[in-house]
Ligand binder design. Structure first.
Ligand code: ASP
Ligand code: MG
Length: 410
């Protein structure tokens, strides 16, 4: 008998019909004798609807009140799911984050979990209940309702699994696992049996939307066994197990996956003096404007002059240009500022890169053969990312997927 935490995403509980199906799935696991804690998201589209309502009243809603509103979607699904379980003859009980309690800090709309009180859940599990806990929400020390940021119920599930020392945390979603890349772009993409935490973290931060980044960090830190599975197959397959590099079950491939993101814009500050403090003078005001800078490149200085390029999320492009024009350009006497918000990022991820030379060369050759110009490059031990024109994104992903032998065997 195991203790399993099962998280169901918004599409999996998107209608009462689907909630009944989820209940049946839970009942099957329960019938095998497992102890089950379930963490549902809000019904799909519901959190967006709630936030839109708030914005109809107030364009910049008060964060505390926004959390009061946004957290209600999950309260609906925990009640409905518990009822559906009872209809099947199971004992079930629902709890909001505050009832559990899931204690967080007070950073409304992006709170962090500090502690989880597992006593109530434990007692219910012992008494044979399926425990249904609202994802995405918690409560701060002063009793205010908080939410964990969009997609936060993944993190709720992992944190509950860590607190309960669960045997496994299963994330049910609308795909049957983590894929080598998005199958909508590359039909030959295949499901990975395993992926390491580090790779998953890179994939998540590079644009793969299967898991919320913070949940992966959390699982890595607390060594929670995490599995991604489909809630749309009658009988769930093995999904993808997120594992450790030294796990003998791990697949041995050089590249595990290809991530990509259109959410990119590139900016170049030209003709800046090559002296100490320049990076700070350019990026300081951007950081103060709360804009996340990703890739950064500074050319080697020639005649004490250099160019400085970096990327920001596409949504922040206009704001970044404004900050640079107003606060930076004149100040550092840059000759020009150029921007391009039609770029994308394509990244290869794989722990196998550590031990295999030549991955970068092969990537660059492949892109060259497709006539794709690389505008920026950044690397880590297990990742190579390039910025290219967004119109070549799909071509690049497909070509790389093939060259690195990720295509499904025919
Ligand atoms: N319902 C929340 C959202 O849409 C949390 C989640 O689905 O994970 O962001
Ligand atoms: Mg989600």
């Amino acid at each position: 008998m195991s203790l399993i935490v099962q998280k169901f995403g918004g599409t999996s509980v998107g209608s009462t019909e689907r909630i009944k199906n989820v209940a049946k799935r839970i009942a099957r696991w329960k019938a095998q004798g497992h102890k089950i804690v379930v963490v549902p998201s809000a019904m799909s589209g519901e959190t967006n609807r709630l936030i839109a309502l708030a914005k109809e009243i107030s364009p910049m809603p008060d964060p505390r009140e926004l959390d009061v509103v946004a957290s209600t979607g999950e309260q609906v699904t925990i009640g409905l799911l518990s009822m559906a379980l009872m209809e099947l003859g199971l004992k079930a009980k629902s709890y909001t984050g505050a009832q559990v309690k899931v204690l967080t800090d007070s950073a409304f709309t992006k709170a962090r979990i500090e502690r989880i009180d597992e006593n109530r859940m434990r007692a219910d599990l012992e008494a044979g209940y399926v425990v249904v806990v609202a994802g995405f929400q918690g409560v701060d020390a002063a009793g205010n309702i908080t939410t964990l940021g969009r997609g936060g119920s993944d993190t709720s599930a992992v944190a509950l699994a860590a607190a309960l020392k669960a045997d496994e945390c299963q994330i049910y979603t609308d795909v049957d696992g983590v894929y080598t890349t998005d199958p909508r772009i590359v039909p030959e993409a295949r499901r990975l049996a395993t992926i390491t935490f580090e790779e998953m973290l890179e994939m998540a931060s590079l644009g793969s939307k299967v898991l919320q980044i913070r949940s992966v960090e959390f699982a890595g830190k607390y060594k929670v066994k995490l599995r991604v599975l489909s809630s749309f197959e009658d009988k769930e397959g093995p999904g993808t197990l997120i594992t450790y590099e030294d796990d003998p079950k791990m697949e041995k491939a050089v590249i595990s996956g290809i991530a990509f993101s259109r959410d990119e814009a590139k900016i170049t500050v030209m003709g800046v003096p090559d002296r100490p403090g320049i990076a700070y003078q350019i990026l300081g005001p951007i950081g103060e404007a709360n804009i996340d800078v990703d890739m950064i490149i500074q050319n080697a200085g020639v005649d004490n002059m250099t160019d400085f390029s970096f990327t920001v999320p596409r949504n922040d492009y206009a704001k970044t240009m404004q900050v640079l024009e107003k606060q930076v350009k004149g100040h550092i006497k840059a000759s020009d500022i150029r921007g391009d918000n039609k770029v994308c990022k394509v990244s290869l991820v794989g722990v196998g890169m550590r031990t295999h030379a030549g991955v970068a060369g092969k990537m660059f050759r492949t892109l060259a053969e497709e006539g794709i110009n690389i505008q920026m490059i950044s690397t880590s031990e297990i990742k190579i990312a390039v910025i290219i024109d967004e119109k070549y994104m799909e071509l690049a992903v497909r070509a790389l997927h093939k060259v690195f032998d990720l295509d499904q065997p025919a």
